[in-house]
Design a protein around this ligand. Sequence first.
Ligand SMILES: [Zn+2]
Length: 388
Amino acid sequence: MRQKTAFFTLFIAVSLSLCFSLKAQKSTVVEGTNASAPNLIVITTDGLRWQELFNGMDFALANHKKFNHGDSAYLFKKYGAATVTERQTKLLPFITQTIGKKGLLFGNRFKENKVDVANPHWFSYPGYNEIFTGYPDSAINSNNYPPNPHKNVLAFLQQQKAYQNKVIAFGAWDAYNRILNEAASGFPVINGFENLLPILKDPQTKMLADMLQDSYKPFKEVECLDVFTHHQAKYYLETKRPKVMYISYGETDEWAHEGNYSAYLDAAHQVDAWVAAIWQWIQNTPGYKDNTYLLITTDHGRGFGEAWTDHGADVKGASSIWFGLMGPEKNSNLTSIVQAMQKNLGVKMSLGEQISNQQLYQKQLAATMAKLLGLEFTAAHPIGDAIY
Ligand SMILES: [Zn+2]
């Protein structure tokens, strides 16, 4: 790759610049259209259990010698409290007290409000495939699966006039190039130890790239620490203003596999703070304020009790997940979603944490994302119905 002759390099450079100028002309036709089309931010945090989301820190796990790594006092001080609401507020204040009050939060099985994956595998690639394609294809049965043959909703949005060249994905895990099939999808997927220098060439991007490269790598070359994924994504949001952005955090799953309960809770708490910061930025930024939807979810559940560290088809309960939706303060259609859903269900619903007996599936999220933007997701494969 790096041993091209000077002539060949020049040839490539000239062809590329021709290519880019043609592209630039073409994209000026598209740009400026539908600037008012709603924006969408999708966030996932890998394998975060509904148990902690709806009940806060688990006292038995925090007390368990095998899982607390001698951090029991720290855990009880930071996340322990007598009531569910206090524990939720200490662990996940934004998701439970903002989305869980002003938005819609599904998956509280203590109240029989159920969300599950529809795929039979209960691990990551099948889960992310289901979230973004709406098709729980059982043939996708490995985290090493090749580039996804199914079209995802982000690629669909990238093909719509209002969103063309305004879509990007960031993931801590280096599998998203395949899961979202970057080559076929036509939008950038920045994952693992990739940096933004090919897109943004400024000192801040360079510093983030240098820090990412030199960072501690507890998950080896497969996954970076969430802090780098977050800050690259946030910086891109602030400077390039995408209309559709996906951010995938991975530490919640990694620390859980290691049986490190305090690191798992701290990772979840940090993700909550980052999502709050993004939402805060949205509320203060023209073009995003009152015009942006946020969807947050996870790829799979985990086991109960001592099996909390694990997931997969042989782990009871690992199909159970949750998701939350937040809409614009003004002109949001969350209220009409509630009305449509309660009509279907025949029960009374309101905004906030959902408490009615109900069953939803991960495969419904892709069509829901498009519908929030006023579009119908279509592809060559079957797609789960939107939630409303
Ligand atoms: Zn895992």
